[in-house]
Design a protein around this ligand. Structure first.
Ligand SMILES: [Zn+2]
Length: 295
């Protein structure tokens, strides 16, 4: 699936009325999932990194100094591969700059919307947890699904950003979890949970006890209680967005839960000793509607 094919189906021109329509009007290239799976994975040609002649800044991180298959620096959250340069790193990343429905965003000025219900039906499931160099990602098998306007999306993985990527009225949170779901058609829907600094998050504890410390390290958890990660209130913000990592593919249905849960300072520190800050700056809302759903 090429970027050009994606361009034809991005929801950039959606009106409010269309936004509220059923998910069937949303089409995401199947390639988006492959891209997402690659989100955070290292550049495909690591050996190329060693051959690149591009000068590296002294302050650049070791990861940012790696080069991708195109000879350009690999994407990162700072330095030569930082977010303001993602679009230049590879042709398929063009939408990172040129897109009109990019994520994350600052959630402000929401409008009440007549939205279909987004039901969350998760269950305890085994996890395969990997440190991919950009985040800690838990691949999920049989973790359940969400239903968006009548369409089921299966949970495939979740991962973390510290600090949060979405902000609410300019407020940034200590941590954000993204639960990535995929429909039978290959469309993507993400549930975002914000975590405010406070009490230790008991639901996260078993996963935090098994954080893979080194890049590419993987650990298996026999069972993880997914539903426990949710706040009590299921009220959400909804908007049309994108992957928050290159290639920034659009057509992703975003649902950010309004109520944050907590995470302790020690838990955030444990994450930060392994993964450096990994939040893409907020992107302009442009012509999008940002809807507030109250259940
Ligand atoms: Zn994410």
């Amino acid at each position: 699936m090429t970027d050009r094919m994606l361009d034809g189906v991005t929801p950039s021109g959606l009106t409010r009325r269309r936004f509220a329509r059923r998910a069937a009007t949303w089409v995401v290239a199947s390639g988006a999932m492959a891209a997402l799976a690659a989100c955070g994975s290292k550049a495909p040609a690591k050996s190329a990194a060693k051959k690149t002649t591009k000068p590296h800044g002294a302050t650049e991180s070791a990861h940012g100094a790696e080069a991708g298959a195109h000879g350009a620096p690999h994407w990162d959250y700072e330095g030569v591969g930082g977010p303001d340069r993602w679009a230049e790193l590879a042709p398929e990343n063009a939408v990172c700059s040129a897109g009109s429905t990019q994520s994350p965003i600052d959630i402000a000025g929401t409008q009440p919307g007549l939205l279909g219900r987004t039901g969350i039906k998760w269950q305890s499931a085994p996890l395969s947890v990997v440190n991919n160099g950009h985040t800690i990602q838990a691949d999920v098998t049989n973790g359940g699904a969400i239903e968006v306007d009548g369409v089921p999306y299966n949970l495939v993985q979740f991962h973390f950003h510290a600090p949060s990527e979405h902000t609410v009225d300019g407020k940034r949170f200590a941590l954000e979890t993204h639960f990535v779901h995929k429909s039978a058609k290959g469309d993507l829907a993400v549930i975002g949970v914000l975590h405010d600094m406070g009490a230790a998050n008991a639901a996260l504890a078993p996963l935090w006890a098994a954080l893979p410390a080194t890049t590419d390290e993987r650990k298996e958890l026999p069972s993880f209680d997914l539903a426990r990660m949710l706040p009590q209130s299921r009220s959400m913000y909804r908007y049309a967005g994108s992957l928050t990592t290159p290639p920034c593919t659009e057509g992703v249905r975003w649902h950010v839960l309004q109520a944050p849960t907590t995470v302790s300072e020690a838990q955030v520190q444990a994450f930060n000793t392994i993964i450096k800050p990994n939040a893409r700056p907020v992107q302009p809302l442009k012509a999008r509607d940002l809807l507030k759903e109250s259940l």
